[in-house]
Design a protein around this ligand. Structure first.
Ligand code: ZN
Length: 462
């Protein structure tokens, strides 16, 4: 490679997240610093999960700094392993990402310890490890540059994906590389639009929905409303499986809107997830991260996560007591794809009665109970019980937290307007999705775009 006098060399290595939507982990090596972006868990198929125990493609002791895009486990879940194996650098994220990460890592200990016990193994990490991680962690707001040395400045931009989610822009020798993390399906109910950083020359972008579009955002609230009205009419129970971050708070926000505007009758609503309740508390602390529309509603005196007959059921006793409340009622509980969590107890109780309804909010991964129900299976096994499904099962797709294919293309088109964009690496999607998007970027925008594989390493000139 010919290096001109004012140019510098850097190396980009895809250490995880290049061959699937999870396991986000990218290494950017400049002449002075070894920079890591995300350190996430591989999730999903069993074969992927085993990959979490594989050695890193770098020496954790040699990493100077880790930037975390957001607090989903597939972006943070291997930080304990990183620190156990000798990482002593600084971790940076936005303030909400730090707080939610601490909660998510602590919450995972319970599940991971149980799984380890079942296999006669030691838990992968403990509370002491989380404390060690948090001591290394510093926070920066969006747009506040972090100078790593004379040549290198790192800046967070709002990705609009979940609370505190950021794109990571590294300016090295005056040229810029941007790591998108996950890109939000904006406009979202609570968050700002995804920002468009300027003068990016190299882009590493997600592609979860690289090959498909969502249903119209306009209809999503109406689908929720219809599901509630239908259930109320039959005096049944409406179950909504929710993810604890963003999806829960969006649903609370939507229900709050429907109740306050008298678009649905008042019925008991239960948020039956200790983790989701704790995450909602963090959302309440960071309201200045919400979009202007939401801030206006709050300024008008409305508590957006609170409305009449809403109950947060934290303890097991409170959760069990929900069964004693006669219909109609609404239960939101985790997990979002029904592979465990309190929703499975409710599903076992309510799915066999045709007056009840299950409303799935978005994508359900293969092999999960949510997916089986979405696919119309009439006999399912829940916690070792056979359940015959007679309840109605519906899906609302419009609340996806990821940009759809057309919007990913539009995002790149806007970045390309500054005329600096030379190279796009498409990652964080199923191979079919990544390949489709990189083809689309080449065809429609005439941009040098390609999908890459984990382990690929490239020399770049800056
Ligand atoms: Zn995410």
């Amino acid at each position: 490679m010919m290096i001109e006098q004012d140019q510098k060399q850097a190396m980009l290595t895809f250490c995880g997240g290049a061959m699937g939507p999870t396991g986000s982990n990218f290494l950017f090596e400049t002449e002075q610093k070894n920079i890591l972006v995300d350190c996430g868990l591989f999730q999903g198929e069993r074969i992927n999960e085993d990959k979490n125990d594989d050695p890193f493609l770098f020496d954790p002791k040699e990493i100077d700094v880790l930037f975390v895009t957001h607090a989903h486990l597939d972006h943070i879940g291997r930080i304990p392993k990183l620190v156990q194996e000798g990482f002593r650098g600084i971790i940076y994220s936005t303030p909400p990402t730090k707080d939610i990460t601490e909660l998510m890592l602590e919450d995972s200990i319970r599940v991971l310890s149980r799984q380890a016990r079942e296999h006669g193994m030691l838990p992968p990490y403990e509370e002491e490890d989380v404390r060690k991680i948090m001591k290394l962690w510093r926070t920066k707001e969006y747009h506040e540059g972090i100078a790593l040395d004379d040549d290198t400045v790192v800046t967070f931009y709002d990705a609009g994906h979940i609370l505190g989610s950021a794109m990571v822009e590294i300016t090295y020798n005056k040229k810029k590389i941007l790591f998108t993390g996950d890109l939000g399906n904006t406009p979202a109910p609570l968050l700002h639009e995804t920002e468009i950083p300027q003068d990016i020359s190299c882009l590493v972008m997600e592609s979860v929905y690289g090959d498909r579009n969502h249903e119209d955002k306009e209809v999503r609230r109406q689908i929720v409303r219809q599901a509630i009205l239908e259930t109320v009419k039959k005096s049944g129970t409406l179950m909504i499986p929710v993810f604890s971050i963003e999806r829960t708070q969006e649903m609370l926000f939507e229900l709050n809107h429907l109740v306050e505007n008298k678009e649905i009758p008042l019925v008991p609503v239960f948020l039956d997830s200790p983790l989701a309740i704790k995450v909602t508390d963090i959302y309440k602390r960071y309201q200045d991260y919400f979009n202007n529309k939401t801030l206006d509603i709050i300024a008008g005196g409305d508590d957006i996560f609170h409305f009449p007959m809403l109950r947060f059921t934290e303890s097991v006793e409170m959760s069990k007591a929900i069964a004693g409340v006669d219909g109609p009622k609404i239960i939101m509980a985790g997990s979002g794809m029904m592979n465990g969590g309190r929703i499975s107890h409710h599903a076992k109780r309510y799915l066999s009665d045709p007056k009840n309804m299950l409303l799935l909010v978005g994508y359900q991964a293969a092999e999960t109970l949510g997916r089986k129900l979405q696919d119309g299976e009439k006999k399912v096994e829940i916690n070792d019980h056979n359940v015959t499904v007679r309840a109605k099962v519906a899906t609302v797709h419009g609340y996806s937290a990821h940009k759809q294919s057309d919007d990913l293309l539009d995002f790149v088109a806007q970045l390309a307007e500054s005329d600096e964009l030379r190279k796009v690496f498409v990652v964080l999607g199923e191979p079919r999705s990544s390949l489709f998007l990189s083809q689309k970027l080449r065809d429609y925008l005439d941009i040098n775009a390609s999908s890459v594989r984990d382990g690929d390493s490239l020399d770049l000139l800056f």
